[in-house]
Design a binder for this molecule. Structure first.
Ligand code: ACO
Length: 467
């Protein structure tokens, strides 16, 4: 049955990332990796990380408060709040319950939703829960709110440069400028040990890097094939890369995004889609007899397809890459940070466009879905205002570069603190922007306490809360 609510989707967004980062070029030299491995090989510029006063709870407190203030949303108007995260701080108490502190003053405790966890996919699960709620008969007319929050840290070794940290808050409701095309969702879910966190005493994952890359591409192929089939069944015509203006990928590191888009071109070639011209067909023909397994291993196919996809990549993917390249993998927030980059770069020309999203979480869970970008009457929720509020350019510019030595020192302290109790932090919030929440103490009963750095005088302006 068709939903009563029309154009349900994203009304507003806010992104928060720590103001502390390490340059990938400096990290490369520090780690003794060959020059260009992290910057060209992985395609990353910089990596954000939490210092001892920040964690996934403080980042999400900041993102949610900032969203409610900057878009002038009454706290009583939130009816559902869902969190996606894979950063485990407590095995029972959800991050969502910490966020309820924001609503205390308003007296609004009537807010459904808890946390969703499966690697980098939890944010997408949370988003679908909220969208489904607004589209359902149990919707009570209020907004849904989704928070994706993660701190991605790895043990010393090749995965370490693929870390990052951020929280993104996403307001959900009808008549949205970023409307879901709910009928075109396609998933691929499977049991595999490519990346997992079995050691509850450590924040670091166990990761089979090569396997995770292959799993990601397999899930992408499967989701794209199913997405195209659903589209074709409903629309009565073939779907190809020509049918969406932008493609946004979960972005552990940029090189995988480049490979993923090229993989979609190969899919189009194999089904004879019009998006692949004659010259490209000729170059791809020698690979058409490869089995799926062989094609994942073929370096030649990877190289040729990336070359052929380059101009389309520049037009349809490159505008989505800014934040993931600058911050690194943000796990659940990573896909949405790529989408934030698109809104930042293209907000004035997005109306009418289709944007295809690919969400991947190890273990594994993956979904491809799409948005249709729209003009809306409420100027708070215009694409330009969303870009203005998020103020990504200024936030990136005003970060503090930390040396690799200090970054590693910080990781050691965080290792020690992880799962710990009975400590106070240094409470140094001098590097934090106004309006940022920070951790002050974990007491002898593991209870966590946060404070907020005072908000600037103008909370509605583009430099509200400092940023
Ligand atoms: N100059 C330019 N490029 C270089 C250089 C150099 N000096 N040195 C290496 N490279 C290239 C390599 O050729 C390779 O590129 P390619 O894939 O196009 O061949 C790239 O840099 C990376 O080098 P590898 O040797 O393959 O890297 P390594 O195996 O050491 O680590 C990996 C990469 C596996 C991604 C690791 O960082 C990791 O495990 N990360 C975490 C897992 C992950 O992010 N998986 C993705 C999906 S799951 C998720 O989102 C968590």
């Amino acid at each position: 049955m068709a939903s009563q609510q029309k154009n349900v989707g994203i009304l507003a967004m806010e992104i928060y990332f720590p103001p502390t980062c390490v340059q990938q070029e400096a990290l490369e030299a520090h780690d003794g990796a060959s020059k260009g491995k992290y910057t060209i090989g992985l395609g990353q510029d910089c990596m954000a990380f939490c210092q001892e006063v920040e964690d996934v709870i403080s980042m999400s407190l900041t993102a949610v408060s900032s969203l409610l203030e900057k878009y002038n949303i009454d706290h009583s108007q939130i009816g559902r709040l869902e969190v996606g995260s894979e950063t485990v701080i407590d095995k029972s108490k959800s991050i969502k319950t910490f966020l309820m502190q924001i609503f205390e003053k308003s007296g609004n405790t009537d807010i459904e939703g808890v946390d969703s966890t499966n690697a980098c996919y939890g944010g997408t699960a949370a988003l679908f829960n909220c969208v489904n709620w607004v589209e359902s008969s149990s919707w009570d007319g209020r907004y849904g709110l989704v928070v994706c929050t993660d701190s991605a840290v790895y043990a010393e070794g090749p995965a370490r440069p693929t870390g990052g940290a951020a929280a993104i808050a996403i307001l959900i409701g009808p008549d949205a400028p970023i409307a879901f095309e709910s009928k075109f969702r396609a998933s691929h879910m499977f049991h595999v040990y490519d990346f997992y966190k079995p050691d509850l005493a450590s924040e670091y994952p166990v990761v089979d890097g090569k396997l995770s890359q292959t799993c990601y591409l397999m899930a992408l192929d499967s989701c794209y094939t199913r997405y195209c089939k659903k589209y074709e069944k409903l629309e009565g015509k073939q779907f190809s890369l020509d049918d969406a203006e932008y493609f946004v990928f979960h972005s552990p590191y940029n090189k995988l995004v480049q490979k993923s888009f090229a993989r979609l071109l190969v899919n189009d070639f194999l089904k004879g889609a019009s998006s692949v011209d004659e010259a490209a067909k000729e170059k791809l023909a020698p690979f058409s007899t490869l089995t799926d397994d062989e094609s994942y291993q073929s370096r030649d196919l990877e190289k040729v397809s990336q070359q052929l996809a380059k101009s389309l990549y520049d037009a349809k993917v490159q505008p989505t890459t800014l934040v993931p390249k600058q911050i690194g993998n943000m796990y659940t927030a990573s896909l949405y940070a790529a989408f934030v980059s698109l809104v930042h770069n293209k907000h004035s020309s997005l109306v009418g466009n289709r944007v295809v999203m690919f969400s991947y979480g190890s273990g594994l869970t993956a979904t491809m879905f799409s948005f249709r970008m729209r003009e809306v009457d409420d100027s708070r929720f215009s694409l330009s205002n969303i870009a203005n509020v998020m103020n990504v350019g200024e936030k990136l510019k005003s970060r503090n570069e930390i040396t690799p030595e200090k970054f590693v020192e910080n990781l050691k302290l965080m290792e020690h603190r992880y799962g710990g109790k009975d400590f106070v932090t240094n409470k140094d919030c001098s590097l934090l922007w106004p309006g940022t929440y920070y951790l002050t103490e974990v007491d002898s009963k593991y209870r966590r306490f946060y404070e907020r750095k005072p908000v600037g005088p103008n909370v509605n302006g583009s430099l509200a809360n400092g940023h």
